[in-house]
Design a binder for this molecule. Structure first.
Ligand SMILES: NC(=O)c1ccc[n+]([C@@H]2O[C@H](COP(=O)([O-])OP(=O)(O)OC[C@H]3O[C@@H](n4cnc5c(N)ncnc54)[C@H](O)[C@@H]3O)[C@@H](O)[C@H]2O)c1
Length: 310
């Protein structure tokens, strides 16, 4: 298949590109490199540096893509509170720009990365399934939830097939350890460098951590699915940030205790997702257990830090 992956130089998008190429697909990546990095890019993918909002993106659709996989987004909850306009602009208007290109150029299918961690808000029951009400608490979550609504509209009116994934906390190699999100990479780097680690709040908040390769596999499975629907990804059980700290401490032989800071403003207490629908319908199950996923991530961060130190 010919597949356009937006955000394919980013953390999750670059793993999806690797999986698509390994499965014999032809891939073009569009990324504005705002948080993505050229070093993440698979050399077998074509690359165009472009903003998904740019009307010029339509020229690329002469390639006659079968599928558009849309990972590009602004993804920082706190920044979205400060600049909600730009979050709507990139995450909603940028997405519609792509949908219009799909409509005009006969793309068969659209795959979209939404967020289970932010569209559901504070969970009314746990784990949250796909029918849980969407009550986002921040403009990032609201923008991701809003764009979901366009996909059934384009299916109904123009026949564009779709799969929506609501990701949990995704972790693994290539997640930015200097970013705002991605507690695993951040802690791993700090521990490897012997720096103090500060947990926001009491550390008992629970998250559903899924390894990035498992997320990429789901994106491969979606290519063959003819169901137009939304799937949670997740392990269905929460792991506390304190537990993540302990396992990483063990892997990195870090000797210092955790420090505790004020909780992050607007952060939900617990977020974990029921992913039995995708298990039933597509046969997806996470294959990487937490310990080995954390080990791979630590190893990646270690190599990166060695290179950085020269
Ligand atoms: N990481 C997680 O735990 C998580 C959880 C839920 C949902 N998601 C979603 O998964 C997707 C990928 O997230 P990620 O963690 O890999 O983040 P990331 O920042 O590593 O990747 C996003 C990519 O999109 C690119 N990008 C941003 N704005 C763009 C624009 N206007 N035009 C073109 N490219 C643009 C960035 O340069 C980057 O390469 C996002 O849609 C995000 O909302 C991620």
């Amino acid at each position: 298949m010919r597949i356009l992956v937006t955000g394919g130089a980013g953390f999750i998008g670059s793993h999806i590109v690797d999986h698509y190429i390994a499965n014999g697909h032809q891939v073009m990546v569009v990324d504005d490199l705002s948080t993505g990095r050229l070093e993440n890019l698979n050399p077998a993918a074509d690359f165009v540096e472009l903003d998904v909002r740019d009307p010029g993106i339509e020229k690329l659709f002469k390639m006659r893509f079968d599928v558009v996989n849309h990972q590009a987004a602004r993804g920082n909850v706190r920044a979205s509170m400060e600049d909600p306009m730009v979050y709507a602009d990139v995450n909603v208007r940028g997405g519609i720009n792509l949908l219009e290109c799909c409509r005009k150029h006969g793309v068969r299918k659209f795959i979209y990365a939404s967020t289970g961690g932010c569209v559901y808000g504070e969970l009314q029951y746990k784990p949250a399934d796909e029918n849980h009400p969407m009550v986002p608490r921040d403009p990032y979550g609201a923008s991701k939830a809003s764009f979901e609504l366009y996909l059934p509209v384009y299916k109904l009116n123009y026949g564009l097939e779709y799969t929506i994934f609501r990701y949990p906390n995704v972790y693994g190699p290539r997640q930015d350890p200097l970013g705002e999100a991605g507690v695993v990479s951040i802690f791993a780097r700090q521990m490897l460098l012997g720096l103090p680690v500060v947990i926001n709040g009491d550390g008992e908040q629970r998250r559903d951590f899924v390894y990035v390769e498992d997320v990429a596999r789901a994106n491969v499975m979606a290519l063959a699915s003819d169901k137009d629907t939304v799937y949670n990804l997740g392990l269905g059980k929460g792991v506390t940030v304190n537990e993540i700290f302990q396992v990483l401490r063990d892997i990195t032989c870090y000797s210092q205790p955790a420090g505790y800071g004020p909780p992050k403003l607007g952060e939900v207490r617990d977020s974990f997702l029921e992913a039995s629908k995708i298990a039933r319908e597509l046969g997806w199950r996470p294959q990487t257990d937490l310990r080995s996923g954390l080990e791979h991530t630590v190893e990646f961060v270690r190599q990166k830090e060695l290179v950085r130190e020269g």
